[in-house]
Write a protein that binds this ligand. Sequence first.
Ligand code: TYD
Ligand code: MG
Length: 454
Amino acid sequence: MAKTKTVFFCQNCGAQYAKWQGQCTSCKEWNTIAEEVVQKAEKNDWKSASSSKTGKTAKPLRISEIDTSQEARYNTDDTELNRVLGGGLVPGSLTLLGGEPGIGKSTLLLQISLQLPYKTLYVSGEESQKQIKMRAERIHSKTDNCLILTETKTQNIFRQIEATAPDIVIIDSIQTLHSDYIESSAGSISQIRECTTELIKFAKETATPVLLIGHITKDGNIAGPKILEHMVDTVLRFEGDRNHVYRILRALKNRFGSTSELGIYEMQGSGLREVNNPSEILISKKDEELSGTAIASTLEGMRPLMIEIQALVSTAVYGTPQRSATGYNLKRLNMILAVLEKRAGFRLGAKDVFLNITGGISVDDPAIDLAVVTAILSSNEDIPIPKDYCFAAEVGLAGEIRPVTKVDQRIQEAEKLGFSTIFVSKYNKISLQNTKINVQLVTKIEDVVAHLFG
Ligand code: TYD
Ligand code: MG
């Protein structure tokens, strides 16, 4: 007979305790520990399990014997999502999509279910069927294969799945589900774990891909136990600034593809639009040349991306000069300012410096350093940089211009977008030949200064 037992879980990080305490010793959050009733299964050691007659047992196979022919992926009809997933949805896989409230998770998945040629079951525990219909009316729908179910109990969901036999199942959101086998409330650690286990079992047994929407906590992690991320095959995050129209889809974990790919969308009045050529949107199109802007050739995953860096340098009004950076690491900005001061002789110590990466994205590719340096100097000298120049190099502490990875791809992208000159480090090995673009090789900040402002 099953025995009930209560356990205390930290609702922030999922740590487990035998008794209540005020602060979680694992994540140091206060007041996050709550009691949950967990149903303890009968004790079962592996020997008694092996002798039991119930259930299918899997047999070990040689790698060469394993059949992969059914692993053809489901094309989601969305090139950005396909790329981030590594080529489409894998049958029997669990994909978790996390993101801040209002960022567009429900919109993205509803939009995909409305354009797929497959039969999808969209289970919502957050919105009523009417609300979903209203949302669907804003989005252009190509097909009518999507079934909408508003339900939160997993047992009922499985009953409907059996009745309708969908090709793809979408759950909005995992935090609203609850299973009869666990007594604690929906969204608690043990419920999330149980419901995910049931869904994994369903997905693996029927080879149906399941997409889960997950809420995130205030520090950006997916709410619920950390183990949730281990259980699923793929973890995606939908991010962006709610005040900007651009959204970025990133893979944090992917058992079937790379995690360095990136999808870019634009939130419009009629749903999300795929942005297939991101460089165009990230560079503002203006006719006059303004001082303080420089274009960097960066890489997001395998994809080269041209971004615009804007800097504003002005004499500090108050005693302490201000330094602020949006989309760029502030510590790195301070380092670059120190290098400019010490190695290149620019007096920036008493100046306010503001740095911004346009489009609301944040970049940690060191190859944008040189563009940051030139944007700052351009603003300081009030001399614009020609708008068909771009930069791809890291700046070292000695003021040296350092090589970057995949320089050929960066040069190609710049050439494709019509730039006339790209500045890269002399130490980069460039294997490209016959480029139309002028590749300017530099070794020191002084070389660049001489070229641009000399
Ligand atoms: P939603 O998908 O509900 O976010 P989440 O599920 O991540 O909480 O996104 C809702 C936001 O998107 C809301 O602020 C309105 C906006 N939106 C549009 O701008 N255009 C649209 O076509 C739709 C459906 C939503
Ligand atoms: Mg939602």
